[in-house]
Design a protein around this ligand. Sequence first.
Ligand code: PMP
Length: 359
Amino acid sequence: MTALDDLPIRDDLRGQRPYGAPQALVPVALNVNENTHPIPEAVAHDIVASLASAVLTVNRYPDREFTELREALAGYLGHGVTPEQIWAGNGSNEVLQHILQAFGGPGRSLLGFTPTYSMYPLLAAGVGTRWIPAARDAEFELSPETAARQVAEADPDLVFLCSPNNPTGTPLSLETVTAVYEASRGMVIVDEAYAEFAPDDEASALTLLEGRPRLIVSRTMSKAFAFAGVRLGYLAADPAVVDALRLVRLPYHLSALTQAAATAALRHADEMLAMVDDIRTQRDRLVVELGRLGYDPKRSGSNFVLFGGVADPHAAFEALLARGILIRDVGIPNHLRVTAGTEAETTAFLEALAAISPA
Ligand code: PMP
């Protein structure tokens, strides 16, 4: 049998592991921060109607500029964002990859504040960009001073700020974003994959775009929008940044079906986001109940909670899995991460955790 190492693979990919969140068929999957509520049936029917009409013209390549979708995304974001400021890809992972292809590469570097989204170093490695792990404050917080000091010292070509941060859930202040922008000469990306779960009074980095051509705000329809299976991520930035990304994307990278489905779903944004309040309620419930069970849940502005005080995360993960509940061991010692699901799923998780926890 041929092993990976027998192939003439790139030296810098030898020994690396692919992204690999387990995909097990279990009754309660709370491991990859999806919206666990199915999309409303009426919306599904409207999406199907749009897909049916798009299918009739799939003999032709799709609109390379995904014009209608960019208009819909700009309308959804608000804050005066125009379609010329929008870029999209097959998930925000692809959008982040486009950014690295255009602004990273051999001899360049990407800085992120760890622990953070595990794909950042992998995306950097894929395009030969050096990954610079920088530190956070206590409790995974990130103050403007801590962030700006490390950015100034390392002088990276790109900084990825995850807001709120995965896997810790930690919200990020706009003061930290502006401090990083001012301390850097490179591109500053605020990954707002979970922005819709933030408290209503918490401002998005979209409000900072005006006059900051090196700032990019990325979003996704995979989380709050309950559209993970479709693969649609996007960003807002200066139109010149969008021009830079056109240099690296593959022709027609967004299929006609993806464009049709996403545009149709955006017509129903209110219904698609109807469950966000319930999910936030379950997240807040998780924080309270995990504390009652003797764990150490972290502050979260997203749809998941990281909790410490787990003596043996691997054993706890396996014990929950044996009870049909899949959560995530993100590799932080004594911590596990759980997605806020429906009320029933959250109850199932809390009851199973109580059953396996030391009295
Ligand atoms: N950014 C963050 C912080 C994430 O957690 C994820 C998904 N786990 C993504 C980006 C990518 O999501 P997608 O490609 O589905 O848009």
